[in-house]
Design a binder for this molecule. Structure first.
Ligand code: R1P
Ligand code: URA
Length: 339
């Protein structure tokens, strides 16, 4: 039976569950590891303290939330599936039910397009988006396409500017990866490209579709020479939302402003760091690290045993990083049912 959700602007169930990730306040910690593959989430579950209760809930939309403790500190592991929209659902809905600063570290996999070999670990110091240009002509003759490119300066794929991850967290990840035994020569900090398809916008060729993506990887490398290292599908959205995230005082102030406006008082409350009634201080600190499972230049792919070892090792290193960051406040478990 479908549940009733209230408030079309930001739907929540009567007991406060957000509608897609399916959890409520108290069921998710401020310190979060997010992954795509749900099996990776279950692997990381085994690294949590075994003597404390573990909360687990899989939503009907495919999000898996696991909350427990690591060395006594509350941690959540959230499996989100694939793609930027899933990251958007997760970050926004989690933000709505967590008080205080959030730390989100993505542990993913990627294709390598720079210096990495398969089995290397890439830390994304920044990420840009590669998206299909839906205005670009399809199946038109060469003249029309050339004319379009000259007139509009558009290309079949848009490559955005870079948004950066949290530098302190990226450096801590590097330090913990080295401590965990991964040689420094196999750890690369570089830029990530988050693509809106595993196929077309990652330069894969598929004769069933006209993708206009010949030379796309070279185009990406030309735009960000020396730095573009990885192709995957979520990190840009995480970094972008972290950059757009507001803090709790701003959120309540914004609500007050809107209430005042509704009452006919056209004044907007201001605070010290408010300009023109708008402020944005980031309440999400984000970073991402990913295992290169293939090299897109040589076509070499990773051995499954090596991938299992790296997933576990990188997961444990990132759990340690999550403990190293100070937080002013963190809550879990007040009114959640632990199973
Ligand atoms: C594609 O196979 C998926 O793998 C990567 C990509 O970002 C994409 O979601 O992520 P995960 O390893 O986190 O699943
Ligand atoms: N994930 C991706 O999105 N692309 C790859 O090539 C590998 C993992």
């Amino acid at each position: 039976m479908n549940e009733k959700f209230f408030n079309a602007n930001f739907p929540k169930s009567a007991d406060g569950r957000v509608s897609h990730i399916g959890i409520k306040r108290g069921e998710i910690a401020n310190r979060i590891i997010t992954v795509g593959d749900l099996n990776r989430a279950k692997l990381f579950l085994k690294l949590l303290d075994s003597d404390t209760a573990i909360f687990q809930r899989q939503s009907h939309r495919g999000f898996l939330t696991i909350t427990g403790k690591y060395k006594g500190v509350p941690i959540s592991i959230v499996g989100i599936g694939m793609g930027s929209p899933m990251m958007d659902f997760f970050v926004r809905e989690a933000r709505a039910i967590i008080d205080g600063t959030m730390i989100i570290i993505r542990v993913g996999t990627c294709g390598g397009i720079g210096k990495s070999n398969s089995g290397d670990v890439i830390i994304s110091k920044g990420s840009f988006a590669v998206t299909r240009n839906y205005d670009y002509p399809i199946f038109e003759n060469k003249m029309i396409v050339q004319d379009y490119e000259v007139k509009t300066k558009e290309r079949p794929y848009n490559i955005s500017k870079v948004f950066y991850g949290d530098e302190e967290i990226c450096n801590l990840i590097q330090k913990q990866l080295i401590n965990s035994g991964i040689p420094n020569s196999q750890i690369i900090q570089g830029l990530n490209a988050t693509c809106d398809s595993f196929y077309s916008s990652q330069g894969r060729h598929d004769e069933n579709f006209e993708d206009y993506n010949n030379g796309l990887i070279e185009t990406i490398r030309t735009k960000y020479p020396e730095e573009a290292e990885s192709l995957e599908m979520e990190t840009f959205m995480l970094y972008y939302l972290a950059k757009c995230s507001t803090d709790a005082p701003y959120r309540s102030q914004h609500k007050v402003s809107n209430e005042l406006k509704k009452d006919g008082e056209q004044k907007i409350k201001t605070s010290n760091n408010t300009q023109k009634g708008f402020t944005s201080r980031n309440s999400i600190r984000a970073a991402a690290t990913m295992i290169a499972i293939s090299n897109r230049k040589t076509n070499e792919t990773i051995d499954p045993d090596k991938l299992n070892y790296l997933e576990r090792t990188v997961g444990e290193a990132v759990l340690k990083v999550l403990l190293e960051i100070g937080l002013d406040e963190e809550h879990i478990g007040d009114d959640c049912v632990w199973n």
